[in-house]
Every structure is written in C-alpha cells, then in structure tokens.
Design a protein around this ligand. Structure first.
Ligand code: ATP
Ligand code: MG
Length: 303
C-alpha cells in the first residue's frame, strides 16, 4: 500500500541535514511511528516520479541492520521519504567520549553486515557511511540508513559543498573533479566504514577541523598523509581491523567478508554484549549534555 501525507500526524523534529528535515510522524491507519525525511528539490514531475520509482527498490532492503523503508511520495517540489523511527537517534549524538571495545565491535559488525547485504543482495553501494547515518533504538539495535539507491536523487543533490567532515576515500577526493560516480567502488565505502569506526571509538572525527587551517589542508591530509589509527588503549585486534579498512590504495582494503571473518568481529553474534544497557547510559549522557548546554545558556552574562 502507498503512504500519503493525509495519513500522517506530524510530531517532533528529529534533526536536520544538508538537504532537509527529518520529523517523527504517526501513521494513523497503522498506528506506527515513522521518521519522515523531507527533501526539497527543484525538479519537474517527471524527475520526481523517476525518484519515487527508483526508491521502490528499498522495499527489498529488508535486513536486521538496515532501517526499514515504508514508502515515499512527493508534494510540489518536495520528496517525502518514510522510514522506521529509531528512538535513540543517530550514533554521532550517542558516542560521547567514545565507546568501549565490545560495544564498538557490535556496532561495527552490524554496519559491516548491513553493507555486505546491500552489496551482495541488491548491488547497492552505500556512498554515505558516517555516524549520522547509523541509527540506534532502545532495544540496542544498530541500523544503517541513507544509502544511494536513486541515481536521479543523487544527481539532484549533487554535492556542491562537501562540508568540514569528509568520510570520502582518498581516491574519491582525487577523482572528484573528474567523475565522482565512476571512481566510487565498494572499497570506498570500506574506507568510510574505517573512518566512522575510529570516530565512534574515540568520540571525535579523525581529522578534526581545529587541526587544519582549512578544508583544503584537511583533504590534503586524507589524500597524502598516513591513515589515522586507533589509539593504543584499544586491543591489537581492534587496531588491526581498522588498519585493514584505512588502506590508501582501494585495492589494498579488506572485503566485507574478510572484515566479518576478522577476529575483531568473528563470533560477535554469540558474545553477550549489553547493548540495551549501553544505549540507556548513552541516552542519559546525551540528556546531561543537553541540560548543561541549556544552563550555560541561562547563566547570567558577566558584566
Ligand atoms: P547529511 O545531510 O550530511 O546526510 P545527516 O545524516 O545528519 O547529515 P539527515 O539524514 O537529514 O542528515 O538526518 C538528520 C538527523 O535526523 C540525523 O542526524 C538523525 O539524528 C535524525 N534521523 C534521521 N533519520 C532518523 C530515523 N529514521 N529515526 C530517528 N532519527 C533519525
Ligand atoms: Mg542522514
């Protein structure tokens, strides 16, 4: 069945990205909470229709590590995209000062399994692996969202501004001026997976903007510098796993199968990791931070 706006009751805003806003909505006929992403596009009906049709493949992207897709529609020049609501939000707002190694291993195993499923079963390359696109719920589940399935949508969103946090692999940064789509292979996602893993582990993007004078210097470091590594407080196994993702030459990077067979992830599903407990702690940390910020905002200004 197809979802339309009349069936939805709008609730809170969940976040904003470079291209639109995500709101929580209640789908009244089924009483299911959903997350609805609004993407504003200046396109004609034909192109909007093409996008809605291309998004249809998402109905087949059913996997425990992939956010469920409910449907998409457009109104005027906006595409609305309805997906599973993840009640603990995205990882970038939960990892705090970093996560313990067993939790890291579980998060990363879910990401790698989701990416492998997309690639093997649907021939989809994600193209936007980063902590804001890894969602968490209070059951402790970790799921990926926002992967590139619609060529038309990608073209319409054509990134004019890559922002101050680039998860792009070196070959993509180099190839950007030529043809970004042709230089993108599955191993470019493996680089992004490695970078996201580092960020989640230590609680900070590995090429912090404070360190570089400008975005150019930062991109130069990604292309020409040594790849970043996990700090020594992590096990040798975890460090080795990250090193296998962050190889500068795309041919040198591990495949998803190899990454899942690596001792860092192998046996993950049989290890009892208290993910629910971690989510509860992460959410209370986030709430504390929010209150701190609110109070510092209220504080009387020194005269
Ligand atoms: P970018 O625009 O660079 O892709 P982004 O991923 O943060 O960044 P959006 O995809 O628009 O931007 O998402 C905005 C925010 O909304 C996310 O950071 C996340 O916190 C929240 N969000 C997105 N989808 C969901 C969902 N299904 N359930 C709960 N929260 C969500
Ligand atoms: Mg996103």
């Amino acid at each position: 069945f197809a979802i339309n706006m009349n069936q939805l009751q709008l609730e809170d805003e969940l976040g904003r990205g470079a291209y639109g806003t995500v709101k929580r909505v209640l789908h009244k006929p089924t009483n299911v909470l959903m997350a609805m992403k609004e993407i504003r596009l200046e396109l004609d009906q034909t192109k909007l229709n093409a996008i809605i049709m291309e998004l249809d493949i998402l109905h087949r992207a059913v996997h425990p590590s992939i956010v469920e897709f409910y449907g998409a529609f457009f109104i005027e020049s906006c595409v609305y995209y309805c997906m599973e609501y993840m009640d603990a939000g995205s990882l970038d707002k939960l990892y705090g000062v970093g996560v313990p190694e067993p939790v890291l291993s579980r998060i990363v195993a879910c990401m790698a399994r989701g990416l492998k499923f997309l690639k093997d079963e649907l021939q989809i390359i994600h193209r936007d692996v980063k902590p804001t696109n890894v969602l968490v719920n209070k059951r402790g589940e970790i799921k990926l969202c926002d992967f590139g399935v619609s060529g038309q949508l990608e073209k319409s969103l054509a990134k004019t501004n890559i922002g101050c946090q680039s998860y792009m692999a070196p070959e993509r940064i180099k190839g950007e001026s030529q043809n970004a789509l042709s230089t993108y292979t599955v191993s470019s996602d493996v680089w992004s997976l490695g970078l996201a893993t580092l960020e989640i582990a230590v609680g900070q993007y590995p090429y912090p903007p404070e360190t570089y004078q400008n975005v150019f210097a930062q991109l130069t470091a990604i292309v020409h510098g040594d790849p970043p590594e996990l700090p020594d407080s992590y096990s040798h196994t975890a460090k080795d796993w990250v090193n296998r993702c962050l190889v500068k030459r795309p041919e040198g990077r591990a495949s998803y199968a190899q990454l899942l067979e690596h001792p860092f992830l192998r046996g993950d599903q049989t290890r009892p990791t208290d993910m629910r407990g971690w989510v509860v702690r992460a959410l209370s940390w986030r709430e504390e931070q929010r209150q701190l910020q609110e109070h510092s905002g209220d504080a009387p200004r020194p005269s």
